[in-house]
Design a protein around this ligand. Structure first.
Ligand code: PHE
Length: 335
């Protein structure tokens, strides 16, 4: 009896495992688990066994019924869910599952691209601290404590002499303090200002550039930045140098590119001017050389600083800076 039961279980298991077609399910159930099925008839014959044999065989029969029923339910559920049934068949025509790839944040991508363009021109990438001394952020950049130009940048103060850097320009001072000319560096990083609206966030990114050597002229500043803009925005992009003021450069210029939205005709993005400001620049002010022990009669150089979010917004036509920091996958996955 025991052998018969085990044999039945084995056959049942083999059969259910081969089922793929839902129409085979019910015949299987009737054949094995139904009222007139194989298992039921074996159970009925338990009565013919001796008193000693009966309990053990009964227990086994019940166990087999539970096992087969459970296996039957599993296969049924899996077939109904559209998967292959008991049989482990593979549909090789199904498209493969594409893994979810991550990628760099668009701001990181733009920083890398800017740094790559300048590296190819011989600039070396350097970094500086986000928490900065007032001395490097302001004072050595020709912005003494009571200077009105400090109001241009709404500063987060850590203490009286320590700030969250408001720009990457303090890196200029740190580089010149530790190295003699010729120097040419590019310095990306986070900067902080108390400001928040569609075009400002309290933390954003800048890339600073500095080149100092003998006989560096404004022409080299123009040539370097023109080349950068043509590589970044395309070689037909028009640009202009507009006189400006920074305490640490003299003369200073802001660089505008022709509006990428309207092509220079004038629209909302460029406030109808046809031009978009993308960076500040100038010849390093001789006053700054005084703080770092460079001889202004021997050396000259230029510096520039650009906002990365702004460049990314222009490059990709994004009108709200806050999108960069919301971490919404619908936005991020487009880059
Ligand atoms: N640090 C200036 C700013 O944040 C930009 C700048 C850098 C201007 C270097 C001139 C030279 O606005």
């Amino acid at each position: 009896m025991k052998d018969q039961l085990l044999e039945l279980e084995k056959r049942g298991n083999d059969e259910i495992s081969a089922i793929n077609d839902p129409s085979d399910l019910e015949p299987f159930r009737i054949k094995y688990l139904g009222k007139k099925g194989a298992l039921t008839s074996l159970m009925k014959s338990l009565g013919k066994l001796s008193r000693e044999e009966r309990p053990e065989a009964g227990k086994l029969a019940n166990q087999i019924k539970v096992n087969l029923s459970r296996r039957f339910q599993e296969v049924k559920t899996s077939i109904e869910a559209g998967k292959s049934g008991g049989a482990t068949s593979v549909d090789v025509t199904l498209p493969g599952r594409v893994p979810l790839y991550g990628h760099l944040h668009p701001i990181t991508q733009v920083i890398k691209e800017v740094c790559l363009i300048f590296s190819r021109m011989g600039f070396r990438v350097v970094k500086g601290p986000n928490v900065e001394l007032d001395y490097y952020n302001f004072e050595a950049l020709n912005l003494p404590k009571d200077h009105p130009a400090r109001d241009m940048q709404d500063t987060f103060y850590i203490s009286e002499n320590v700030v969250l850097r408001t720009h990457t320009s303090p890196i200029q001072v740190r580089v010149m303090e530790t190295r003699q000319p010729p120097v040419s560096v590019i310095a990306p990083g986070k900067v902080y200002r108390r400001d928040s609206d569609v075009s400002h966030t309290p933390m954003f990114h800048q890339v600073e550039g500095l080149l100092v050597d003998r006989d560096v002229s404004f022409g080299e500043l123009k040539g370097t930045l023109t080349r950068f803009i043509h590589q970044m925005f395309g070689s037909d992009t028009r640009l202009r140098f507009r006189p400006s003021f920074f305490p640490f450069t003299e003369p200073s210029a802001e660089v505008d590119i022709q509006c990428v939205m309207c092509g220079g005709k004038g629209c909302r993005t460029c406030s109808r001017t046809g031009w978009l400001e993308i960076l500040g620049s100038g010849m390093v002010d001789p006053e700054v050389y005084g703080f770092v022990d460079y001889d202004p009669d021997v050396y000259s150089g230029f510096a520039f600083g650009m906002g990365i979010e702004r460049i990314a917004m222009l490059k990709y036509g994004i009108d709200d800076i806050q999108l960069f920091f919301k971490n919404d996958m619908r936005f991020l996955s487009q880059f």
